[in-house]
Design a protein around this ligand. Structure first.
Ligand code: NAP
Length: 293
């Protein structure tokens, strides 16, 4: 059987690394994985994790999702000249009172999480449309569905990704391309240590009002407790990605944890329905799509 070609962004650590290892080590060798990362000097960890079982199933390529040239070069390096499953996973966090963020730090988050995702999809979408098949899977977040204190810009970037995908999903059904958002809750990865946060010794932070400082301090403690109590291991959530990859007709949304569902259901009653809320997105547009077919 021909292998499915998978390209994953952000494979130097965390979810991307775990997914690359899991797919490249598939017992039936169903996948050829292109694990991409912006800094190839970090590839040893991935190589250590796959050990020897990757001879024909894994290639590691450099790709920075904010660098158009590197995306184009990566797309040109795919030997099979196609990507069947695109996993847009690269992402960064930004935490702190809004007043403390510099324009550049906010721009970086939007550039990676939103424009990086868009540019990656743009690079591989024409091929999928031509072949009239494909899957696009995104590492999204509960923070893309509900606000999280002191994560305003991160949430804005993930809310934007949600809107991007809901919009794309409508038209892409015509091409039999399935878009799936994996709504992750807290995951024990490098995410918290990699995220940008305000420097308490910074002048902007020092000039904050005392209420904001104390709310932020309380939030940091709360966040620490939440991560301690409910954060999932990367390996535990990979099963959800596999579900999206293997489903004959994948849902629009998959939730890695039930912890936030009571709130999510209030906001999106159909989010966890049998089709992952796909119908509520596509139904209003059915006439438009069917009229075209
Ligand atoms: N961990 C959580 O609690 C959590 C919760 C909800 C959603 N998510 C989402 O899950 C995804 C993966 O996060 P994670 O938990 O696995 O965290 P992680 O371990 O920090 O992984 C993030 C990955 O993104 C990469 N990356 C950052 N900027 C990039 C760029 N410009 N181009 C290419 N790659 C870039 C990082 O590479 P470098 O090593 O080079 O920085 C790293 O490989 C993110 O989209 C995140 O928003 C995570």
């Amino acid at each position: 059987m021909e292998k499915q070609v998978v390209l994953i962004t952000g494979c130097s650590s965390g979810i991307g690394l775990g997914l690359a290892v899991r797919l490249a080590s598939d017992s039936q060798a169903r996948f050829k994985v292109y694990a991409t990362m912006r800094d190839l000097s970090k590839k040893e960890r991935l190589l250590r994790c796959v050990k020897d079982c990757h001879v024909n199933t894994l290639e590691i390529l450099q790709m920075d999702v904010t660098d158009q040239q590197s995306i184009t070069a990566t797309a040109g390096s795919i030997k099979e000249e196609r990507v069947d499953i695109l996993v847009c996973n690269a992402g960064v966090g930004l935490m702190g009172p809004l007043e403390c963020h510099t324009y550049d730090s906010m721009k970086k988050i939007i550039e990676v999480n939103l424009f990086g995702t868009i540019s990656t999809i743009q690079a591989f979408l024409p091929g999928m449309k031509l072949r009239k098949t494909g899957r696009i899977i995104l590492s999204s977040s509960i923070g893309g569905l509900q606000g999280v204190p002191f994560n305003d810009v991160y949430c804005a970037s993930k809310f934007a990704v949600e809107g991007l995908c809901e919009s794309l999903a409508i038209v892409l059904q015509h091409f039999h391309i399935h878009v799936s958002l994996i709504e992750c809750g807290p995951v024990s990865s490098n995410f918290m240590s990699n995220l940008q946060s305000c420097d308490p010794s910074d002048r902007t932070f020092q000039s904050l009002d005392s209420d904001t400082v104390s709310l932020y301090t309380r939030y940091l403690q709360h966040c620490h407790t939440i991560f301690q109590d409910v954060a999932q291991d990367t390996d535990d959530i990979l099963q959800v990605y596999l579900e999206a990859i293997e489903a004959p007709v994948p849902s629009l949304r998959y939730f890695t944890t039930q912890f936030f569902m009571p709130l999510i259901r209030l906001k999106m009653p159909c989010a966890s329905g049998s089709d992952g809320g796909r119908s509520i997105i596509t139904d209003p547009w059915k006439g438009y799509i069917q009229g075209y077919q």
